[in-house]
Design a protein around this ligand. Structure first.
Ligand SMILES: CC(C)(COP(=O)(O)OP(=O)(O)OC[C@H]1O[C@@H](n2cnc3c(N)ncnc32)[C@H](O)[C@@H]1OP(=O)(O)O)[C@@H](O)C(=O)NCCC(=O)NCCS
Length: 220
């Protein structure tokens, strides 16, 4: 952490921050696909289809091809879900970070800078559905710089900012497949307060669960 500096976002960081976010999200595609395969519904559908095709075609070739085709389709669904989330995030705030995060006094966007190279990011802004709380967003650390405590430093930056602005707590959402993030937040004292399935058709089918975490802050 010696050569890492946490500083406010500047407009020239925009492209690398978007790249960092996109890479950080895309890396969850394989674990999300495994999550889909673990669902009893997926296993039942594949099994029933396999048995029905073996019985009707009296061959193994067609059922194996059909299952392979379904698995490829399921993977594409996961890729589509992540791409859609990335596109929405870019459109909602990441294409215009200064406007979204740096204009108001209760929001901010920081980057972790390692010898002039942006290797991490985090942001916060007033939570829409939780009065008195700021929401932590856009936490991501470049793979080559993981395990060095950068995310912990970014979490502390958000907590200090939140306390200084007189807010009671930091809240955030992460997903069932973001296990490193869950460990990070629990390590930093966050408590899981809610679990819910993403209210979208595809996510419901895939049982894609989100976790909401909260860190209560002691005011001085
Ligand atoms: C989650 C993420 C930000 C962690 O970044 P990081 O800089 O490697 O995290 P740190 O080095 O600060 O580690 C902080 C703590 O998190 C936990 N942790 C982080 N990665 C872990 C891992 N791979 N295995 C176990 N624990 C882990 C540990 O408790 C660790 O503390 P410790 O080293 O004292 O045990 C990073 O993995 C990432 O960018 N992931 C992809 C994007 C993402 O999922 N973002 C979260 C959005 S909600």
């Amino acid at each position: 952490m010696d050569n890492i500096q946490i500083r406010k976002f500047q407009d020239e960081d925009a492209d690398v921050v978007k790249e960092l976010f996109t890479l950080g999200m895309s890396e969850h595609v394989p674990s999300s696909f495994v999550h889909v395969l673990k669902q009893p519904l997926t296993q039942m559908v594949l099994m029933c289809m396999f048995c029905a095709l073996v019985t009707s075609s009296k061959s193994f070739l067609l059922p194996i091809l059909a299952v392979t085709f379904c698995l490829a389709g399921a993977r594409q669904m996961v890729v589509y879900m992540f791409n859609k989330y990335i596109e929405t995030s870019l459109r909602k705030d990441l294409n215009n970070i200064s406007e979204t995060y740096l204009k108001g006094k209760d929001s901010c966007f920081w980057v972790a800078d390692s010898d002039g190279r942006v290797v991490g990011s985090v942001a916060c802004l007033p939570a829409e559905n939780a009065p008195g709380c700021l929401e932590l967003k856009r936490m991501s650390v470049r793979r080559s710089h993981r395990g060095m405590g950068i995310a912990k430093a970014l979490c502390r930056t958000v907590a200090e900012f939140t306390r200084d602005r007189g807010y009671r707590a930091v809240i955030l959402q992460t997903s069932v497949v973001q296990t490193d993030a869950q460990k990070l937040y629990e390590h930093m004292g966050y408590k899981k307060i809610r679990e819910f399935v993403v209210p979208e058709f595809l996510a419901k089918i895939l049982n894609f669960t989100l976790f909401e975490y909260r860190l209560d802050l002691q005011q001085d």
